[in-house]
Design a protein around this ligand. Structure first.
Ligand code: 5GP
Length: 176
């Protein structure tokens, strides 16, 4: 049996799009339209969420991208963060929002949020997550905005992968 046959739908596309629009409206209510916000996409997993979210934002958005990885090729976190690309413009005194696909143990975000606060001296660092697996948390990471709380399942689709596949799927699924 291939992995594709084990793919189940958790959040269908229509529900996903509607909820992302709602989260964007929550974010719009938090920032003024003339305010500048640096939106940081954590590649590759957050890409689809990031672009969909950004389309609905009304403040002055700067788009930046970083690459981090804690999973490698498996379904379990390796326990360490590899910073593959952390090239960012000067963020001193800036308002920043990290956009992440999923918060699991919190290791990756704990690293990135601390980096932005202490090494980049950003004025304010917030977190917007598509999915929050609260039950798996080991580090003190709390999204300011979150689309869905989920149980401890291995998620794929809408940017999330298993061995680099499934990222292009338009819904949130899980592998059984
Ligand atoms: P953490 O550092 O919070 O343990 O893990 C965060 C990263 O691990 C996410 O950005 C994502 O890349 C990966 N990850 C965590 N849970 C899942 C999951 O259920 N499915 C997939 N595809 N990746 C996950």
């Amino acid at each position: 049996m291939t992995k594709m046959e084990n793919l189940k739908v958790l959040i269908p596309e229509e529900k996903l799009m509607a909820r992302i629009k709602e989260v964007a409206e929550e974010i719009n209510a938090t920032y003024k339209e003339d305010e500048e916000l640096t939106l940081i996409c954590v590649l590759k997993g957050a890409l689809m969420f990031y672009t969909e979210l950004a389309k609905h934002l009304k403040m002055q958005v700067r788009m930046e991208f970083v690459s981090l990885s804690s999973y490698g090729d498996s379904e379990k976190s390796s326990g360490k963060v590899n910073a593959l690309n952390l090239h960012l413009p000067n963020l001193e005194g800036k308002k920043v929002m990290v956009v992440e696909d999923i918060v699991d143990t919190g290791l990756t975000l704990d690293f990135l949020m601390n980096f932005l606060r202490t090494k980049c001296n950003a004025k304010e660092v917030r977190l917007c997550a598509l999915l929050d697996k609260k039950c798996a948390r080991k580090f003190p990471v709390h999204p300011d905005f979150c689309a869905f709380d989920i149980d401890d399942k291995f998620i794929v689709g809408f940017g999330l992968d298993y061995k680099e596949l499934y990222r292009n799927i338009s819904f949130i699924g899980y592998l059984e």
